[in-house]
Ligand binder design. Structure first.
Ligand code: COA
Ligand code: AMP
Length: 661
């Protein structure tokens, strides 16, 4: 009889070395490891030290040599260009080896960094795999970020080469990536040796002489590169994610642990066997895209789908179901926000009707909390298990899930089920003690975390310790709060830091505040995440203007919105701004963002004892009210606590002006 989830979890926690050594048999090693779990430099744990391998070899060459040469490895389905193309494992290996040769000719070597700023096209995947073939460290930057964010990543990663495409294609039109890259390189202090630019037919931009090389030109006459043997502990990639400040954190992933964990996860979590078709409808710029569009399915010999489109509007709300039917997808992974977008356009789920979805076995959702309505709608519409699972960029693969390849547990809507084997998850109170069952606390993972999770932040070991390891000795702080129920199911309730989740994209309110305060008229501000039916959360800025400044609401909101798009990018979805006279603070000056969020979301809140002036919260309520928050019924609104204003309704302040664009 096969092991239950409980037995597998216990085995992974009580003897991680034996557990992961067994999983590592599924990977081809050039040299086997000396130590499975190396704790000689704790809390910086390392996996498979002494081992040598190549990730690209395991993702491509091994399958070509092992009988999958003619199996389709990658399907690029692009409703925005009206094209579908396929690469077999042999074709993908050959294209990758050639492009690795092109990178080598530009001087890229083991350990060098390469930034990839590309849309969802096969060349992006080829560029990632080519880096791993050479032992170079790639860092993919999501296309929806502005030039400023790209520049910050260039200055942190110090890439030798940047690889870009001329443009991405969004439903509203073509986005010129090349001009964003040019702007970023004007802003950045570090300049790469060269940029390799893939020209798409939609935009042919001018190349900068002496710096830019066209993709085809870079490939002309190159020798395909072989796989370079790297140490299991060498970095494979850096992926920047939002922290609590404007400076993004570069999550570092190694080669050996990553290959082992991702290969294991495909069969055990997703229940997907080699040869099957798997589709993660995300973007290669996010952790989900790295792990489940590129590495995990290829390491496992699957066919992976690279989808260049949106859940709605490309061309309609049936596009996901068309892709599932056309490519015989067996397991689909996306974000709840994508399903909400489909559900909004097609509440009855009739868009599935033209398609044969009989091959689909399960839908996995992650990136944000999955609301029970979305889960129920998906189950009803698709007729397959819908699995909410929880993870983050730092871990690179799920921490909690219903593990379909081990034992399918009952689904409790709103919970991502139980800890995945490898993760010893606890819920702690401020004093570091376990909170009782059912009570909310900080969700942490006992160290060491399993293979495949981050090894550190790029060039910032101390920041990693300060941000993740120092709050509770011996534990990794996930940044999420929640509880465990009597069946050991986890319930993820909120973040404990200033990170918000907009359409499954993680963004820092701290970074947005830095942008707002850079405006010459803004004295101070607070950005909070407010509930949104489609995107989960939207950022809302409360700004205090410099004294004497008198601005038209719409004009100011327009300027701040443009500034945010320019500095952070359109993906932030920033458009809600309210000008207020003051912000609520503790006597020591800390802003009460949490309470303002509760007011905006229509959640019960208590007047904090430490507030310097309770009347401010009335003013904030009024400003939020002008933006339509809380978005609740009048009946519910009447149930909200009414605060007595120390200053009274007719206080000496001008009425705060709120603007909604
Ligand atoms: N390149 C350039 N611009 C991009 C981009 C990219 N890769 N991705 C998004 N943008 C831009 C959009 O064009 C849009 O710009 P606009 O404000 O000028 O119109 C802005 O960023 C916001 O885009 P998006 O987040 O896609 O919002 P939307 O309202 O257009 O669509 C959803 C809403 C729900 C359909 C969309 O957010 C979605 O598909 N979400 C799923 C996200 C996901 O898969 N996350 C995975 C994490 S696991
Ligand atoms: P990211 O690193 O961008 O993938 O964001 C990770 C964060 O998204 C987590 O720390 C959670 O706050 C949130 N998240 C991801 N998946 C889930 C889920 N299934 N349920 C609740 N929150 C989730």
């Amino acid at each position: 009889m096969s092991d239950t989830i409980e037995q597998t979890l216990q085995a992974s926690i009580s003897d991680p070395s034996t557990f992961w050594a067994k999983a590592a048999e599924a990977i081809d090693w050039e040299r086997r490891w000396d130590t499975v779990l190396d704790n000689s430099n704790a809390p910086f744990y390392r996996w498979f030290t002494g081992g040598r391998l190549n990730t690209c070899y395991n993702a491509l060459d091994r399958h070509v040599e092992g009988g999958r040469a003619d199996q389709v490895a990658l399907i690029h389905d692009s409703p925005v260009t009206g094209t579908v193309s396929r690469f077999t494992y042999r074709e993908l290996r050959d294209a990758t080896a050639e492009f690795a040769g092109a990178l080598r000719r530009q001087g890229v070597d083991h350990g060098d960094r390469v930034i990839i700023y590309m849309p969802m096209i096969p060349q992006a995947v080829i560029a990632m795999l080519a880096c791993s073939r050479l032992g170079a460290v790639h860092s993919v930057v999501f296309g929806g970020f502005a030039a400023n964010e790209l520049a910050a990543r260039i200055d942190d990663a110090l890439p030798k080469v940047v690889i870009a495409a001329t443009c991405g294609i969004e439903p509203k039109g073509v986005v010129c990536y090349k001009s964003l890259l040019d702007n970023a390189l004007d802003l950045s202090i570090h300049k790469p040796d060269c940029c390799i630019v893939f020209s798409r037919p939609q935009i042919k931009t001018k190349l900068v002489a002496g710096r830019d090389i066209e993709w085809d030109e870079a490939l002309a006459g190159v020798e395909p590169a072989e796989c370079v043997s790297v140490s299991a502990t060498d970095p494979l990639y850096i992926l920047y994610t939002s922290g609590t400040t404007g400076q993004p954190k570069g999550v570092v992933r190694d080669n050996g642990g990553h290959a082992v964990a991702l290969r294991w996860s495909m069969e055990n979590i997703y229940g997907v066997k080699p040869g099957e078709v798997y589709w993660a409808a995300s973007d290669i710029g996010w952790g989900v895209g790295h792990s489940y569009i590129v590495y995990a399915p290829l390491l496992s010999g699957n066919t992976t789908v690279l989808f260049e489109g949106k859940p709605v509007g490309t061309p309609d709300a049936g596009t996901f179901w068309r892709v599932v039917a056309d490519h015989k997808v067996q397991v689909l992974f996306t974000a709840p926000t994508a399903i909400r977008a489909i559900k909004k356009e097609d509440p009855q789920g009739t868009c599935v009707e033209p398609y044969d979805l009989s091959g689909l076995r399960a839908l996995f959702l992650a990136g944000e909390r999955c609301d029970p309505d979305t889960l129920a709608w998906s189950e009803r519409t698709l007729g397959v298990p819908v699995i909410d699972h929880w993870w983050q960029t730092e871990t690179g693969w799920p921490m909690a899930s219903n593990c379909l390849g081990i034992e399918q547990l009952p689904i409790k809507p709103g919970s991502p089920t139980r800890a995945v084997p490898g993760y010893d998850i606890r819920v702690l109170a401020d004093d570091g003690k376990n909170v009782p069952t059912g009570q909310i606390g900080a969700i942490v993972v006992k160290l060491p975390m399993p293979p495949g999770t981050l090894t550190t932040f790029w060039q910032a070991d101390q920041r990693y310790v300060d941000a993740c390891l120092s709050q509770f000795d011996g534990f990794y702080l996930t940044g999420d709060a929640g509880f465990k129920d009597a069946d050991d199911y986890l319930w993820i309730m909120s973040r404990i830091d200033d990170v918000i989740n907009v359409a499954g994209h993680r963004l820092s309110t701290g970074a947005m505040e830095e942008v707002l305060t850079a405006h010459p008229d803004v004295a101070e501000c607070a950005v909070i995440g407010v509930k949104d039916n489609l995107k989960g959360e939207l950022p809302l800025g409360l700004v205090v203007l410099n004294s004497g400044v008198n601005r038209k609401d719409d004009e100011l909101a327009g300027e701040l919105t443009r500034l945010m798009r320019e500095k952070i990018g359109p993906v932030a979805g920033f458009k809600l701004v309210a000008a207020v006279e003051r912000l609520p603070k503790t006597r020591s000056g800390k802003i009460f963002r949490g309470i303002m969020k509760k007011i905006a979301d229509g959640v019960q809140w208590k007047m904090p004892a430490t507030i310097d002036d309770p009347a401010i919260l009335d003013e904030i309520s009024s400003a939020l009210g002008s933006l339509g928050y809380p978005k609740i019924s009048l009946v519910d609104r009447l149930k909200l606590p009414v605060k007595n204003s120390a200053r009274g309704a007719g206080g000496s302040f001008n009425r705060p002006h709120a603007v909604n664009r």
